[in-house]
Ligand binder design. Structure first.
Ligand SMILES: Cc1ncc(COP(=O)(O)O)c(C=O)c1O
Length: 373
């Protein structure tokens, strides 16, 4: 940021940064269907979720609802609140089959009716381990009918699926710009319903803390590098130059579905069973070959070790453990080509061959299923 460094006083003291921030918010707001006054930047979705939770006054015994398909840090947030504020957690173990939206909504209805006193629900828009595109509007409405506040973790949503944040009308919505919308890392949106503007402030209390409007409070004031926020208009322009959301979505979705099927056939396994319209367009899960399911506990630790093993072979794919199995979670962005997924296919076959030796050597110390010890 040459402009900033050539004139740091103008930048920090005399509003240059602020004007660029406001312009970035305005352009992003248009893209995600938001009023500019309801939208601010935070560094990442984790900060967004934490900021939302931090603004809520919990009382001992309040309950927080989340799901077994939520991002792992959510459970840590909730555990932290249990310690700090005495809240109780309600984890909905989201079960297959999911053949329709109703299969998800009815599970939420049941858990809400069985647990009085749920104050907040934390819902992934696109679930982290399973890439389910949640029926978000229906879930928000269901929670609101039951007096439950909704924080949406849309980490994977901006730039991936169409968004209209005003129409969704959650209480809080956070989503990364640095995942699917091409900004540099350290950039996420945080949408706040006007009902909550007065109670929300950045996690770091600084000079803008008592400003009147939400946006004014979130304009960076402590000295920092905000370039990831300020280049959002460029990220939006780049997204548009590739054809925009519809074109990117269709290209990724159609190619990825073919690729997922091909890998499932090659590994003699299955694609995560879901109704088609509940699949996130740019992501797909394929079950790992049976030897992995038979030997390995479907644990996060094993997934991490498998990723590390593949990374050592110069191939990366995300593994996730959900619904009792280990899955390769494939993602597709415009720069990915068919050959990338053939590399994943072959690397997994190679790993399959080597697994018995890796276990014998004790390398990676995988968590083995009890019957295999
Ligand atoms: C649903 C969900 N929430 C939050 C995150 C974390 O995002 P960040 O590291 O940008 O906070 C992820 C990361 O993959 C995610 O999938």
């Amino acid at each position: 940021m040459r402009e900033r460094d050539e004139d740091p006083d103008g930048w920090y003291r005399f509003s240059k940064e602020k004007l660029l921030y406001l312009d970035a918010i305005k352009q992003l707001a248009e893209f995600v269907g938001s009023e500019p006054s309801n939208l601010v930047f935070v560094e990442n979705a984790s900060t967004g979720t934490n900021t939302a939770l931090n603004s809520i006054r919990f009382q001992t015994g309040d309950k927080i609802l989340f799901t077994s398909h939520g991002y792992a840090a959510v459970a840590k947030n909730v555990a932290n609140l249990r310690k700090r504020a005495g809240i109780t957690e309600v984890c909905l173990d989201l079960k297959l089959p999911i053949r329709s939206e109703d299969d998800i909504i009815s599970q939420f209805e049941r858990v809400i009716s069985e647990n009085e006193g749920i104050k907040v629900a934390l819902i992934d828009h696109i679930t982290c381990p399973s890439a389910i595109l949640m029926p978000l509007k229906s879930l928000i409405d269901l929670c609101h009918r039951n007096g439950i506040l909704v924080i949406v973790d849309g980490a994977h949503a901006p730039g991936h699926i169409p968004l209209n944040l005003e129409e969704l009308s959650a209480d809080f919505y956070t989503g990364n710009i640095h995942k699917w919308l091409f900004s540099p890392r350290g950039c996420a949106l945080f949408w706040v319903h006007p009902n909550h503007h007065d109670s929300v402030s950045p996690l770091v209390v600084s000079r803008n803390h008592e400003r009147k409007t939400l946006v004014e409070r979130f304009i960076p004031d402590a000295t920092r590098d905000s370039s990831a926020y300020l280049v959002v208009p460029d990220a939006l322009r780049f997204h548009k130059s590739l054809g925009g959301l519809d074109v990117i979505l269709r290209r990724n979705r159609d190619s990825l579905r073919g690729v997922a099927k091909l890998l499932a056939e090659s590994w003699n396994s299955e694609v995560y069973p879901l109704a088609d319209h509940l699949r996130a367009p740019n992501m797909a899960l394929v079950a790992m070959p049976s030897i992995f399911q038979e030997l390995f506990e479907p644990s996060d630790a094993n997934c991490t070790k498998m990723m590390e093993w593949l990374h050592g072979k110069n191939v990366f794919v995300c593994f996730s453990s959900v619904s009792g199995k280990i899955w390769a979670r494939l993602s597709m962005q415009v720069w990915n080509c068919f050959e990338d997924y053939l590399k994943v296919r072959d690397a997994v076959h190679e790993m399959k061959e080597e697994v018995p030796y890796i276990i014998e050597e004790g390398k990676f110390s995988f968590e083995l299923k009890q019957s295999k010890l």
